[in-house]
Ligand binder design. Sequence first.
Ligand SMILES: C[S@@+](CC[C@H](N)C(=O)[O-])C[C@H]1O[C@@H](n2cnc3c(N)ncnc32)[C@H](O)[C@@H]1O
Length: 264
Amino acid sequence: VNRTDVDGLIAEAEAQPFTGWDFSWLDDRLTETPTHWDYTALVAERARVSPDLLDMGTGGGEWLSSLPDRPPLCVATEGWPPNVSVAAARLRPLGAYVVQDEGAVDNSQQASTDPRGRLPFKIGGFHLVVNRHEAFNPAEVARILAPGGWFVTQQVGEERWHDVHRLLGLPQPAVVDPWRLSMAVRQVQAAGLLITRGAETVLIQSFADVAALVWYLRAIPWEVPGFTAQAHRDRLVELQAQIDRDGPLEVRQPRFWLEARKPG
Ligand SMILES: C[S@@+](CC[C@H](N)C(=O)[O-])C[C@H]1O[C@@H](n2cnc3c(N)ncnc32)[C@H](O)[C@@H]1O
């Protein structure tokens, strides 16, 4: 591949802003194999018959705004300050409230006594709490659920392998106790909820060019902390040559979901 092409791809990715939690610019430059469950449908099934819903860590409110059958009372939390106003601008016209919260420590790093991730809501205030790809404090989720209320979450899991690091020629991060379904089940049960359903899988993300990879890593800065395209330019040239020869770059990503209910 011609180096100028890669510089053009990098420049294209760097010129493209990322706001909220909106990946639509990537379009089919990043595809994912589907999970064998449908998180949105699973939430919609509960939302249809719930008087209220709390969406934890709503990003820019994109997913919640597209949820069919939203309950009469919808509230979303967001802990990352730049996204609070983005979410509010999208959700307020739909009648949903956005509340800034402090966010939780990554679940794999949480001690059972960790107070972070406090939710500014009363005991038993919600009948349905949902959370896609956001850390949560299980004791706080249990506290704000009404008796008989539901918690539905989908999470990005961890493994000991990190394909993006391998592609970039970086050392594998040390993962002591990976975040996965079994750990989530333990944490949620310890908070007093009853697990009703759940599953885990590994999906494949395919990056069609290095612009998609660069933009993705800028959008998700915790994936490869400190990533810059400039520092990895030589490797990006090699990766684009590999794509031109063999097709999209493939990255494995663990995902899981679980549903739990508060006794009562
Ligand atoms: C993985 S996103 C999930 C958003 C939403 N629940 C969804 O599924 O579409 C998790 C959170 O990370 C926040 N976030 C985005 N960029 C961030 C950054 N640079 N540092 C910390 N948090 C960030 C987002 O606002 C979002 O609430």
